[in-house]
Design a protein around this ligand. Structure first.
Ligand code: BES
Ligand code: MN
Ligand code: ZN
Length: 495
């Protein structure tokens, strides 16, 4: 899809359709260089006849409009005057797209005069609309997409730059979201740890002036002492691979630019291991690599935005399987940090993989580490499917993530790092056990990770409830690529 920003005279535009908003019980008044008064009068008469009353998402397609070059106008209901939020915007765009995605309609212009957030924010309106359009297009298969160019029409010259920026940012971030969704939706017999590492290699070749990648295999993990990571992966024929991408923006100003590390849980399948999961919906555990996919997608967005930052993405690829060689409940494992862990449940594997990656990451002397993981079912119980769990040992970092979340509506909710139970992870034969004692499963998992992240600013996103949809709409959501990309974009704007 091609996108453009326009601030031409609407009635002189040659296009298949112009989308125009109408408010509930409002006169369609003509004002400053919007639409020629005669067209407004024409539309107003139609509204008066009662064919459309302006409810959110209502549509009315008009042909043969006088004094205008375009073939059609699509009126869409925008609800109460100047009262649109992101949900409304999404609804409006969805119904407009449904009406307009026809063979004969290939290019359209969306007038932002009324189809705009109530704060009148051009930037976030465009970001929101493009998100909705892309979500719509992702749903339908490619051969059913007829639209090929979408323009945004704004009246004010002085907003052109802002609009162009919104467009640029949206497209970059969206390419990251799509990449993350695609890789997450792959079946586990295709997308295994080796496959992830190949994707990373290809990515670093594509952006070779900004990226370098290295892949750590099980041999090297052994040398490094990453025994917890290895324990999880060793029963599978698909051996673990940890893929590391170093991104360095072309236009970095500071020599000593601080490093931000993103670590993604990349369990390409989580059977639970010896503590095997119930078989109902076990297939969904192919999505246990959505954290890694989000890191992959975010790096694409960063490269497309050419962010002047140093970012290291680590995809912790691994498969948790059963077998004669599998780790077991009762095993005691020495992690890379030197701390020992008593395994009480082999299904609490994400934290074992991540704890070694968190230790490994120290070699880059990072300023910030964010890990992203489909870590606990308990997080889904606590927060449902709209909010990712946010945990952090640093308030500034948590606030920046909350800000990006608030802006993008890629929602997070902060949870405490400590359940209040001092002996949450107590073991009488190791430094920690790998599961907690309380019911606060999301917290005890985060607390476990925090024990390996004391030396830097660290945040953990538990995306178990937000990374994919179940049931009829089964599929990856691409979250939290937008949140992370926005976080990075905000960071680079403060440089
Ligand atoms: N990948 C799962 C978490 C998960 C469960 C994500 C359901 C999405 C939906 C994770 O590895 C896991 O199995 N966690 C266990 C931990 C428990 C054994 C302490 C869980 O949440 O049940
Ligand atoms: Mn598990
Ligand atoms: Zn898992």
């Amino acid at each position: 899809m091609k996108f453009f920003i326009k601030n031409s005279i609407l009635e002189k535009e040659k296009t298949d359709c112009i989308i125009i908003g109408v408010f509930e019980s409002c006169n369609f008044e003509s004002d400053e260089n919007y639409l020629h008064p005669s067209i407004c009068i024409y539309i107003n008469n139609l509204i008066k006849k009662g064919d459309i009353d302006g409810h959110i998402g209502q549509t009315l397609l008009l042909y043969n409009i006088p004094n205008i070059i375009c073939e059609r106008i699509l009126l869409v209901g925008c609800g109460k005057k100047n009262n649109l939020n992101r949900h409304h915007l999404n609804k409006i765009i969805n119904s407009a797209m449904t009406v307009l995605n026809k063979r004969s309609i290939q290019n359209i212009i969306i007038s932002l005069k009324k189809i705009i957030l109530k704060e009148n924010d051009i930037y976030w309106s465009i970001r929101g609309i493009i998100n909705s359009i892309n979500a719509f297009l992702y749903k339908i298969s490619e051969k059913n997409i007829y639209l090929n160019a979408i323009s945004f029409h704004i009246k004010q010259n002085n907003y052109l730059n802002i609009a162009q920026n919104a467009l640029k940012h949206s497209l970059a971030i969206n390419s990251g979201i799509i990449a993350a969704k695609k890789i997450s939706d792959l079946p586990p017999n295709i997308c295994n740890p080796l496959y992830l590492s190949k994707k990373v290699q290809k990515l670093s070749e594509k952006y070779k002036d900004m990226m370098n990648s290295t892949v750590i295999d099980i041999k090297e993990m052994e040398n490094l002492g990453m025994n917890a990571y290895i324990a999880v992966g060793k029963a599978s024929k698909n051996k673990p691979y940890m893929s590391v991408i170093e991104y360095s923006g072309r236009n970095i100003i500071k020599k000593d630019q601080k490093v931000i590390i993103l670590i993604g849980k990349g369990l390409t399948f989580d059977s639970g291991g010896i503590s095997i999961k119930p078989s109902k919906n076990m297939h969904e555990m192919k999505y246990d690599m959505c954290g890694a996919a989000a890191v992959y997608g975010t790096l694409i967005a960063a490269a497309e935005l050419n962010l002047p930052l140093k970012i290291i993405g680590i995809l912790a690829g691994c498969e948790n399987m059963l077998g004669g060689n599998a780790f077991r409940p009762g095993d005691i494992i020495k992690t890379m940090s030197g701390k020992t862990v008593e395994i009480l449940n082999t299904d609490a594997e994400g934290r074992l993989v991540l704890c070694d990656v968190l230790t490994y990451a120290k070699r880059f002397s990072p300023d910030i580490i964010i890990d992203i993981a489909t870590l606990t079912g308990a997080c889904v119980v606590a927060l449902g499917n709209n909010f990712s769990g946010l945990f952090s040992n640093n308030n500034d970092l948590a606030c920046s993530l909350e800000k990006a979340s608030y802006e993008t509506h890629d929602k997070v909710w902060r949870l405490p790092l400590c359940s209040g139970n001092e002996d949450e992870l107590h073991s009488n034969c190791a430094d920690f056990s790998n599961i907690g004692k309380s019911k606060a499963g999301a917290i005890s998992a985060a607390y476990f990770l925090s024990q390996f992240s004391k030396e830097y600013k660290w945040a953990h996103l538990d995306i178990a409830g937000t990374a994919w949809n179940s049931g009829k709409k089964k599929g990856a959501t691409g979250r939290p690529v937008e949140l992370l990309s926005q976080f990075l974009l905000n960071k680079s704007q403060f440089l």
